[in-house]
Design a protein around this ligand. Structure first.
Ligand code: ELG
Length: 283
């Protein structure tokens, strides 16, 4: 029997900015989990690989067919949206965002989607065989969908992209990039602290950086217990594909001694990093 195959969601983002009746630009990107694998610039005719394995298991011919499809799509999309903007008398500038992708689950059918947003709000998605307006979409969206859903050729192509191409590509690109996608990179951690002006408090910061994958855990500890006043930061990207996290603690200066920061990440196993606060960490 086939072993359950773990994969990652494949996501495509498209941003189209319409400045006036004659000028627009469309840019795109493809992501496998949190790793960007393609970029599609307005300035370029081709979808560019950001990873050597970004073609997945597609043949050059399959990839060339898709490049052609998306070239035609991009110019058709700009032309069609300018035409729709004229029909519904939309105000410039406006922005359309497309969020599309699929997720392949072991042992069940793949889930695919396309969501379209206008000026940052969801208006339309593709469901089954046609475009559908979201429940609270503006009135004019219905008018446009009548036209869009009339194009059976495009609807068939969208179904093919969602149901066949996307899952097939997602499986292949995950296989091709597996070793990089499943890499484990250990974090570095360090402490800084500063006096809070006008009080006898210290703001202590525990920095955790350079780790992959994204999930990480860090806590200020006091007497072997998690300090309840620990403030969790967001995990934000570094420029090299790794992640950065910080946790902070606001304490009275005399309570700082004896504090430590504890860090855990999948790359560390059960070897947590523990850093003890010291006067030397004051900046
Ligand atoms: N069709 C040419 O987004 C999201 C990926 C869609 C890929 C579609 C690829 C097919 C395509 O390029 C355009 O169609 C002609 O040529 C085709 C063969 O190349 C067929 O023969 C087809 O029958 C024929 O008509 C077509 O122009 C299409 O409309 C391009 C744009 C598709 C699209 N529409 C869309 C826009 C969907 C939902 C929501 C919105 C935004 C509405 C808000 C407006 C202000």
């Amino acid at each position: 029997s086939d072993a359950p195959q773990r994969t990652l969601p494949l996501h495509c983002l498209q941003i189209s900015s319409f400045t006036n009746r004659s000028w627009s630009r469309t840019d795109g990107s493809t992501w496998l989990g949190d790793v960007q694998i393609h970029t599609w610039s307005h300035d370029s005719d081709i979808i560019r690989y950001l990873k050597p394995w970004a073609g997945g298991t597609f043949t050059d011919q399959q990839w060339e067919q898709l490049q052609h499809l998306f070239r035609v799509y991009r110019s058709s999309f700009s032309r069609d949206m300018q035409e729709f903007a004229r029909i519904v008398q939309a105000d410039y500038p406006f922005e359309l965002q497309l969020f599309a992708g699929c997720e392949v689950h072991p042992g069940s059918i793949p889930e695919s989607f396309i969501h379209v947003a206008f000026q940052g709000s969801s208006i339309v998605h593709f469901q089954g065989t046609s475009w559908v307006a979201v429940p609270d979409a503006p009135q004019w969206v219905g008018k446009i969908l009548q036209v869009l859903n009339h194009d059976l050729g495009t609807r068939a192509t969208v179904q093919w992209l969602l149901n066949d191409t996307c899952p097939q590509f997602a499986r292949g690109v995950f296989e091709a990039g597996k070793s990089e996608l499943e890499k484990q990179v250990k974090p570095e951690a360090w402490l800084t602290g500063a006096r809070t002006p006008g009080s006898d408090h210290l703001l202590l910061v525990c920095h955790v950086s350079g780790f992959y994958p994204k999930p990480a855990w860090a806590m200020w500890m006091w007497g072997g217990q998690e300090h309840p006043d620990t403030q969790q930061g967001d995990t934000v990207p570094n420029t090299d594909g790794t992640w950065y996290l910080r946790v902070t603690l606001d304490v009275a200066a005399e309570q700082a001694a004896g504090l430590a920061c504890r860090v855990n990440h999948s790359s560390l196993g059960d070897q947590d990093i523990i850093l003890h606060w010291g006067e030397k960490d004051l900046v």
